[in-house]
Design a protein around this ligand. Structure first.
Ligand SMILES: CC/C=C\C/C=C\C/C=C\CCC/C=C/C(=O)SCCNC(=O)CCNC(=O)[C@H](O)C(C)(C)COP(=O)(O)OP(=O)(O)OC[C@H]1O[C@@H](n2cnc3c(N)ncnc32)[C@H](O)[C@@H]1OP(=O)(O)O
Length: 292
């Protein structure tokens, strides 16, 4: 049902599914998707690289989310691909997280549609049967960080500007329980409590120390490191690795699935509050002023 809704959004956005489907095909040659998601398949290796291309900062607009969801679903259903690297097409920014303008000045129906898409992307990533490795080649706050936390392994480029973390409280908003659970499953309860309350954004050395990422490498080695990690993981028999992943993660996704509609209502009423809208507007304004 979520995919049908996603396709509806894509069609309204004028995205041609034929082109999208071709982009996620099984050819070994480099091909690119129609809009915001580039896919570089290596059929012989069974690996595809997904590159985010939603300028200026790869924020998760509804259209970008929808393209990502459809792309992941196509790769998941194509047994050629057993591993995927997620990275940015614009080194410097992995993803700025949820698109602030999707959560500001819109109506409740829009917020509900948007949040359903955010949930869907997380569900697709967190319990994917494929091996997902995040090659984090830029800053990755909030929803951007959630995407990488949902992968099986994270490689971060060693650049002090590339901070990662769930900084929601700095915006005056609250990371929902499934963002929290994803973080707790990765770095543990105490470290998550501190990171979430303070909205901490960790530079590479600290991110490694707290366990937000698994490896920090020089910037020009991020992709090759991700590739060699995925190659190691590919050596494990799929059925055993997949069942183990499911055993570790399914309870977390089931928790959202069983209260998905309530979570959407919660988000809509929270984000619609005047005080929250004001906080978001002020934050957007602050980002603008930073430039001048
Ligand atoms: C009990 C519980 C109760 C309730 C809970 C219920 C529900 C939960 C409710 C809400 C949960 C929401 C969860 C939200 C998750 C998120 O992901 S929020 C987004 C957080 N993201 C950020 O904080 C990142 C902000 N951006 C930056 O820090 C920087 O832009 C950057 C480091 C990513 C890049 O820096 P620069 O290269 O210097 O680029 P600029 O800052 O100049 O930005 C260029 C351009 O892009 C715009 N922009 C930046 N980020 C976003 C964004 N996230 N969305 C939309 N647009 C963004 C920026 O404004 C600039 O625009 P212009 O000025 O050029 O128009």
């Amino acid at each position: 049902m979520a995919l049908v809704a996603a396709r509806g959004t894509l069609l309204r956005a004028g995205v041609r599914l034929g082109t999208e489907a071709a982009a996620c095909g099984r050819n070994g040659t480099r091909r690119s998707a129609s809009h915001r998601v580039l896919v570089e398949p290596d059929a012989a290796a069974g690996i595809a690289t997904i590159k985010f291309k939603n300028p200026p900062v790869n924020s998760l607009t509804l259209e970008f989310l929808t393209e990502l969801i459809i792309c992941l679903e196509k790769l998941e259903n194509d047994k050629t691909f057993r591993g995927v690297i997620l990275t940015s097409n614009s080194p410097g920014i992995f993803s700025a997280g949820l698109d602030l303008r999707e959560m500001c000045g819109k109506n409740p129906a829009h917020y509900a549609e948007y949040w359903r898409a955010v949930q869907e992307l997380w569900l697709k990533l967190y319990v994917s049967n494929m091996i997902l490795v995040a090659a984090i080649n830029g800053a990755s706050p909030a929803g951007g960080c959630l995407m990488s936390l949902s992968c099986d392994y994270r490689v971060l480029a060693d650049n002090p500007r590339y901070k990662v973390g769930l900084n929601e409280t700095l915006l005056g908003i609250v990371a929902p329980f499934w963002f929290r659970d994803t973080l707790v499953n990765t770095i543990g309860h105490r470290a998550s409590e501190r990171a979430l309350q303070l909205g901490l954004l960790f530079p590479p050395a600290e991110a490694l120390q707290v366990g937000m990422v698994d490896q920090v490498v020089p910037e020009d080695q991020v992709h090759s490191t991700a590739l060699s990690v995925i190659t190691q993981w590919l050596a494990i028999p799929d059925h055993a690795r997949q069942l183990t992943k499911s055993m570790m993660r399914k309870a977390t996704t089931d928790n959202l699935i069983k209260q998905r509609e309530a979570d959407i209502q919660n988000f809509v009423s929270f984000i619609s509050r005047d005080s929250i809208q004001k906080s978001l507007q002020m934050y957007i304004e602050k980002l603008k002023q930073k430039k001048s």
